[in-house]
Design a protein around this ligand. Structure first.
Ligand code: ADP
Length: 330
């Protein structure tokens, strides 16, 4: 968290606790004063009765005392129950407020990180492609080097396109404005296609695929491709380049299952649900070494929801993570 934000959060937390303690003390003081008043009233009334009915053994005296005693007890019960109700309401409200303020600060911080990350990720491919094109324009390079520069620029454009797709589609899905279609698809071919593109992009990376033939699915092909490609990109990004990435497509009685596994850094149990939140990235700016926007898995979750599928992450046997998308049977 940035220093400025952390200071702001600390200040808000201190103000919050001071106010809360003040309100609770005021409530206790209020309850104590009322009870004190109740007792004073009882004493005054008792003295008044004793003045009027001098015979303290008479039935009238006893009845009058019993009446004010009952009144005093009723008041005590009323003050205690009102006090407890107020206390519970104040504590529930305070917890709610505290959590929503912290959530707001976290979201604000994540949005700032996102803007920084996107600015950086948008500028890098453009600068690299521009530099490559300028080099091609100014120098007479041999065909080999020309090809290398063109290939480099193309890769940067693919990265840029993926990033722009993620940003656009996430805001469209969030606002319910994405014109998603539902068509009969050959899911096996679709996944094979994305895996082929992955192999072209990372020729040195080992991608092991076990894709059952002719698995059919109803859905939106662009969204499903984005889902598979985001999971593969993450598997590539968060694991050592020498370890294999695995992609499985299976169909059984419980429906179609897509699994992407890696042998990378893995995801701690406490973060396994949070990684699907918008802008959420594990760690902080100091400890994070990979580039990213925190949108990839958020989109995967949205796409899974759109297809009435579930998405979850578990530890991969041995090392790393396994992402599973389970589509319901047709
Ligand atoms: P991004 O990769 O752009 O940061 P994502 O939404 O794709 O955003 O992922 C959110 C976070 O989840 C990542 O920042 C990373 O910390 C964690 N994560 C995602 N995929 C993996 C993975 N395969 N292995 C380990 N951590 C992962």
């Amino acid at each position: 968290m940035a220093d400025h934000n952390r200071r702001q959060l600390r200040r808000a937390t201190i103000v919050f606790w001071v106010l809360l303690v003040y309100i609770i003390l005021a409530l206790l003081w209020w309850a104590f004063s009322l009870e004190q008043q109740n007792r004073d009233m009882y004493r005054l009334r008792k003295a008044e009765i004793a003045e009027k009915l001098t015979d303290t053994t008479s039935i009238n005296y006893k009845n009058a005392i019993a009446k004010i005693n009952e009144q005093k007890q009723r008041n005590t019960v009323k003050y205690i129950s009102e006090g407890i109700t107020f206390l519970v309401l104040i504590i529930v409200g305070a917890v709610f407020l505290y959590r929503s303020v912290r959530r707001q600060f976290r979201l604000q911080q994540q949005q700032q990180n996102f803007v920084m990350a996107v600015t950086h990720e948008l500028k890098t491919p453009i600068s690299v492609a521009r530099l490559n094109l300028e080099t091609l324009q100014r120098h007479h390079l041999d065909i080999q080097r020309q090809r290398k520069l063109i290939q480099g620029s193309l890769e940067e454009m693919v990265r840029l396109e993926a990033l722009i797709n993620n940003i656009l589609i996430s805001s469209q899905l969030e606002g319910g404005a994405y014109p998603a279609s539902k068509e009969e698809l050959n899911f096996s071919d679709l996944v094979e296609d994305v895996c082929r593109q992955f192999r072209n992009r990372y020729p040195h990376r080992q991608l092991v695929t076990t894709i059952e033939d002719q698995v059919a699915l109803t859905g939106d092909s662009l969204l499903l491709k984005l889902l598979v490609s985001n999971l593969l990109e993450n598997a590539n990004k968060y694991s050592d380049k020498t370890t294999p990435v695995q992609c499985i497509v299976k169909k059984d009685l419980s429906g179609v299952r897509l699994q992407v596994s890696d042998e990378g850094i893995g995801i701690p149990d406490a973060e396994k649900r949070k990684v699907f939140d918008r802008f959420y990235r594990i760690g902080n700016e100091q400890t994070r070494h990979t580039k990213g926007t925190g949108l990839g898995l958020f989109i995967c979750k949205k796409i899974a929801d759109y297809h009435h599928a579930s998405i979850s992450v578990t530890d991969n046997a041995g090392r790393g993570s396994t992402f599973t998308v389970q589509f319901l049977p047709a």
